[in-house]
Ligand binder design. Sequence first.
Ligand SMILES: Cc1ncc(COP(=O)(O)O)c(C=O)c1O
Length: 448
Amino acid sequence: MEWLEQLKATDPDTYEFMKKELGRQRDGLEMIPSENFTSLAVMQAMGSVLTNKYSEGYPGHRFYGGNEYIDEIEKLAVERAKKLFNVPYANVQPYSGSPANLAVYFAVCKPGETIMGLNLSDGGHLTHGFKASITGQVFRSVPYHVKKDGYIDFDEVRKLVAENKPKLIWVGYTAYPRAFPFREFGEIADSEGAYLAADISHISGLVVGGAHESPVPYAHIITTTTHKTLRGPRGAMIMVTGKGLGKDPELADKMDKIIIPGMQGGPHNHVTAGIAVALAEAAKPEFAAYAKQIVSNADALARSLVKNGITLVTGGTDTHLILIDLSPIGKGMGIFAQEALDAAGITANKNTVPNDPSNPFYPSGVRLGTPALTTRGMKEHEMEEIGKLIAEVIGEIKRYKMPENKDERQRYLADFRREIKENRNLQEVRKKVLELCGKFPLYSGFEF
Ligand SMILES: Cc1ncc(COP(=O)(O)O)c(C=O)c1O
């Protein structure tokens, strides 16, 4: 039986779009750093009977009957997470990264208390206190920043922490290409008795694979999504460290209670099973090799980009993530780069750069990452080639300039979109991208 035979018969419309999406993933270079390709095993756990079951509560303490197998699956996921991350407590029920972070706030802070996270346009996440996020409205958010060179400004962090005495500090980022400074933040948080939460959503796969330092000795709380470098399903986990339990022996209990009944209802059991499978995969030696390869690939890609004349925030990377600074060619050029890359079959996302001369709608950078390409089996040699291709694409947008006038922008962008569709050089890059993808098949043998 074909995998999606039933879906094809029941809902040909959804089926057709899913088939097209598989084709898009196969035929392009997926370089959004927060994305990855899960294994077929993870997908099978997700597309399963587990989605049928309600199980509010925790193993052994559910509000519904019939949870004997769900309990075992959740216990597997929790035990694997504890072992892999080396923590005494893990909760695998958060629906995704944003609710996991929200739960942390409500477990340790009261509304109106002060919190600190990296400013959004400097590489922080919305949920670390951005003003448009509920986290920046319910709590008093004091953002910290990076310096001109793109690295965290520790002088500012120390000053802000001493002045504002935050209850909670976030270390962990969404667009920061350098190692996350867990040790420094551990010392700073301890100096004022603040909770330190490490959001390792982006790098959790690197941490378990030994390709990035672990926050465990320094942070009280750790959150992570499970679908980025960890290569699991779309979900999240909250962990409490030994240091966290030392500060507050009830911290684990508070986390459990804030997830349910505080914020959520029934856990997504099919996702819990996917997390259990992904954690088993991440415990294998091959995964450590994978994590190290992600970082080597990002380094090789960064070097190739720089060699081909592209400016990078901080000049390179320590992780899976690279931030191209397009401000030398003009402000607000991220959208041009994203769409020209898209036309060439390279998927990336426009992003702000530190001290962006434009705004978050029309930012001046592009964020790239290597986790998905590394899953496909690509190595340094391919990264060298991809760096050249990206530089060629960026070369094609240099003659455009974002109009200052807002009304003019839409017309200008419409012309740009028409022109890139017909751009011969981009079509040539598209061909090379297709050739490269053909050499690294994705989900081979998995046919509709
Ligand atoms: C650092 C960080 N935290 C939290 C999140 C939120 O995760 P989700 O999109 O699953 O809500 C993200 C997602 O990009 C992230 O990068």
